[in-house]
Design a protein around this ligand. Structure first.
Ligand code: ATP
Length: 397
């Protein structure tokens, strides 16, 4: 996977329909040209913020080593074997995913539960990551669509996520943004592997540096991340605990009117198992959730420990069909979540890439709740902390 700046994506891949969009990216389907059998991939294009070099003035962020010198292309710096030099902050944000993916390629791939990276290209549109194509849909989409759903299926999901986490944690990668939309099935087969993806906000411990702050949507964020403490692999275990809580009840463990209240609840580990919803769920599953949602990270099981847990292994998970109420709540939760993700991604990308002055009216037109606006504020603060003060004043106006 050596980077060569003369190679062009369009020489090697036929790029077709859009598979999805993220805050900083657009993902399209691609087909390899020079192959007799049709090899399909996902091409994630990460766009630079603003101009191609450094929209925020003097480079302030140093990622990795290097002795200064001329700026290099991001992909060349990372995928090639040259030392990464100083990069602008916006480049650093963009760079992070490639750094993490490189570490995955070198140390983890191929793994049934971690997305694979095949290649990287760079051109004036940004950096293109050629990724393993996941055509089986998002985790919750499939669960709400299937006829059969019991603790056994939920345990299988946890097992796969835990296996992926165990592999990345072993090489000191923390995902930091684990949530249902970042878990995709590889294909449509019933027994398709579930893949963890979107390492855009992840960190490789030795590179953990300036682009830290508040990452991810607050629902899945650990108490230590919210209180700005040290984030460890156990922070991902918290997020998995939240996913498991939702899988078995259809609603998230921390529900509040405002983000601030929710933050408080998370930091105090203030959640409960409402008898009406949880009465049919095994004690072992509830105990497991309680241990994953321990405020003290050291009390949470590691991914490896989780893989040996009898409920996760499927030995004691109940095989009875789940209460239809739970599935229907999960359906509602999933539909709302998708709508919000789309709205936020749209506001976010419009703002960042067109630098609109009409952020407030955009937010208004999406009818976002206070919580979502707060999430946007956090994202803005993160960017602004890295030098883009103009954007914050637009937001605060
Ligand atoms: P975010 O704003 O959540 O950080 P992002 O910019 O990092 O998003 P992704 O979440 O990686 O982008 O991708 C955006 C969407 O593209 C996903 O929700 C998914 O629908 C689709 N997608 C991403 N990678 C793949 C893949 N390998 N195969 C199929 N679809 C994909």
């Amino acid at each position: 996977m050596k980077h060569d700046e003369t190679r062009r994506l369009s020489d090697e891949y036929e790029v077709s329909n859009i598979l999805g969009r993220g805050g900083f990216s657009v993902v399209r389907k691609g087909t390899k040209k020079s192959s007799s059998e049709k090899i399909h991939v996902a091409i994630k294009t990460l766009r630079r913020v603003g101009t191609s070099s450094n929209p925020f003035g003097t480079p302030r962020t140093k990622v990795g080593g290097g002795d200064g010198g001329g700026e290099k292309s991001i992909a060349a710096s990372i995928m090639g074997f040259t030392t990464l030099r100083q990069v602008s902050v916006s480049d650093a944000l963009l760079t992070n995913e490639i750094l993490v993916m490189r570490k995955i390629v070198e140390n983890v791939s191929p793994h049934p539960n971690v997305i694979d990276l095949y290649d990287v290209y760079e051109d004036s549109n940004g950096v293109h990551l050629v990724l393993e194509l996941c055509s089986g849909g998002e985790l919750f989409d499939r669960i709400v669509a299937q006829d059969r759903y019991s603790e056994t299926e939920a345990a299988a999901v946890v097992r796969q996520i835990a296996a992926g986490l165990e592999a990345i944690h072993k090489v000191n990668i923390i995902h930091r943004d684990l949530k249902p939309e970042n878990c995709l099935f590889l294909d449509v087969r019933k027994d398709s592997p579930l893949k963890i993806m979107d390492f855009g906000l992840s960190s490789v411990e030795e590179f953990t540096d300036p682009v830290v702050g508040l990452f991810g949507s607050i629902d899945y964020v650990s108490p230590e991340a919210l209180s700005q403490g040290k984030i460890t692999t156990k922070s991902d275990m918290w997020s998995l605990g939240v996913i498991l809580y939702i899988l078995l009840s259809g609603y998230p463990p921390f529900i509040a009117q405002t983000n601030r209240q929710k933050q408080q609840m998370i930091m105090n580990g203030n959640f409960s198992f409402y008898e009406k919803t949880w009465k049919g769920i095994t004690q072992a599953a509830k105990q497991l959730i309680s241990s994953l949602l321990s405020v003290d990270p050291s009390r949470r099981p590691s991914a490896q420990e989780l893989l040996n847990h009898p409920w996760v292994r499927g030995d004691i998970a109940k095989d009875d069909q789940m209460d239809p109420e739970i599935v229907s709540r999960l359906q509602t939760f999933n539909a709302r979540r998708k709508l919000r993700v789309a709205a936020i991604a749209s506001v976010w990308s419009t703002t960042m890439f067109l630098r609109t002055k009409k952020l407030k009216s955009l937010i208004g037109s999406y009818d976002l709740k206070e919580e979502e606006i707060e999430n946007l504020r956090i994202h803005f603060k993160k960017i602004c902390a890295n030098g883009d003060n103009a954007t914050l004043s637009e937001f605060e106006e």
